[in-house]
Design a binder for this molecule. Structure first.
Ligand code: G3P
Length: 218
């Protein structure tokens, strides 16, 4: 399973990248706004800064909602750096745009996916990635991980090549569950990645090893 970080925070991206296990970055307009990045020119500069840090795929989301606008904007975003993946919302025009990008060798991430029916449309259109929003589904009293399982089953039966990118991840437990459910990628906040390190027995065990070493080497 690939690991993406879901943020526009450059310090978080650098910290995750330095672990050596980061495969990419996802952003969205809300994450950009959270970092105070506003105005299209600044947003584009920020994508370039992210692409300078990370070799893997970096999702850059279109703001246009009509087919022609998405194609124009997405084509421009894809020209900013080789590793840009154009993030397109799950709408009728979005699906048409994903198909257009597929036919023009531009990688895409179909975002705001909340059902297997939508996931089938994204795969049929040729999306590189499809992003089911696990946390938001859980927040709505449904089961986000069940959706990943169902999508993984359908994609395997049908031989779809679109990669399932588990998004809206809230915790390290979500990452483990998404991996078990068959997600190809997990995009997570830094806090969820760092949470994966934590186990009290690791801390206690290391403390004991060091104490024993010191006893024998003093
Ligand atoms: O990758 C999608 C993600 O950014 C949405 O996460 O936490 O706003 O539901 P969240």
């Amino acid at each position: 399973m690939k690991f993406f970080i879901d943020t526009a925070n450059l310090d978080h991206i650098k910290e995750a990248n330095e672990l050596g296990i980061l495969d990419g970055v996802t952003t969205n307009p809300s994450l950009m706004a959270k970092e105070g990045i506003t105005g299209q020119a600044n947003i584009e500069k920020h994508y370039q800064k992210i692409c300078d840090i990370v070799d893997g795929d970096v999702s850059a989301e279109v703001i246009a909602t009509d087919f022609a606008g998405m194609v124009k904007e997405g084509t421009h975003l894809a020209s900013l750096a080789e590793n840009i993946v154009v993030k397109v919302p799950m709408t009728k025009d979005g699906i048409k745009a994903i198909r257009h990008f597929y036919e023009n060798d531009i990688a895409t991430n179909c975002t705001l996916v909340f059902s297997s029916a939508q996931a089938i449309l994204a795969a049929k259109a040729g999306a590189t990635y499809v992003s089911p929003f696990i946390g938001r589904i859980d927040d709505s009293n449904w089961d986000g991980i069940s959706l990943i399982k169902e999508m993984a089953k359908i994609y395997a039966i049908q031989g779809f090549e679109t990669e399932i990118l588990a998004a809206s991840i809230r915790s390290s437990m979500h990452i483990v569950q998404a991996a078990k459910a068959g997600a190809d990628v997990c995009t997570c906040p830094l806090s969820a990645i760092m949470g994966m390190f934590k186990h009290p027995l690791t801390d206690l065990g290391l403390e004991q090893f060091l104490a024993d070493y010191r006893k024998g080497n003093n």
